[in-house]
Design a protein around this ligand. Structure first.
Ligand SMILES: C[S@@+](CC[C@H](N)C(=O)[O-])C[C@H]1O[C@@H](n2cnc3c(N)ncnc32)[C@H](O)[C@@H]1O
Length: 156
């Protein structure tokens, strides 16, 4: 992907590199139907755009908590009719950064998945390492990584 150059606070209109329309699509303006929120909510237009841009066969999210980001990806794939297989991997127990939480979180995510996304979405209640066996090399087209703090913990 080419970088967008911003000069003096304004994108140069003469630059052939700059074409904002490439980074926006009809899907960018979908309103996700999530009823919970998270600090991730402001990224949902990007999530919706990249699902349309890539139309992955297989999408995986590492760390889904209430599913704000994950269900946005699932919902976008369904709206696009892109037949993406979606997988969320989480212990649904929490961690030292997010905080440890009780079973009501898992119950809520499971209920939402069953009610709206079970035809295309699978929840893997495992650690990231345990879940590796479910995927072949090059078997994931789009991966939503965990937050930087979770990644740091995981690689240590
Ligand atoms: C910051 S939250 C994810 C936020 C979410 N993407 C959203 O939209 O709000 C981090 C999640 O990662 C999970 N987690 C952390 N380390 C994990 C690991 N090694 N394996 C599986 N899940 C893990 C926690 O249980 C927690 O639910």
């Amino acid at each position: 992907m080419k970088a967008i150059t911003i000069a003096s606070g304004n994108a140069s209109e003469s630059s052939a590199e700059f074409n904002l329309a490439k980074y926006l699509s009809p899907a960018s303006f979908y309103i996700p139907s999530t009823e919970v929120t998270s600090s991730w909510i402001e990224n949902t237009p990007f999530a919706m755009w990249i699902m349309e841009a890539i139309r992955p066969r297989t999408f995986v999210e590492l760390g889904s908590l209430h599913g704000v980001s994950y269900f946005t990806f699932c919902e976008t794939a369904l709206r696009l009719g892109s037949r993406t297989r979606c997988f969320a991997i989480d212990t649904w127990k929490g961690d030292e950064h997010t905080g440890f939480y009780d079973e009501t979180v898992w119950a809520g995510v499971k209920a939402t998945n069953e009610a709206h996304y079970s035809s295309s979405s699978t929840l893997l209640r495992q650690t990231f390492d345990e879940a590796l066996v479910n995927f072949s090399d090059c078997g994931i087209d789009l991966l939503c990584p965990p937050s930087a703090r979770v990644r740091q913990n995981w690689f240590n």
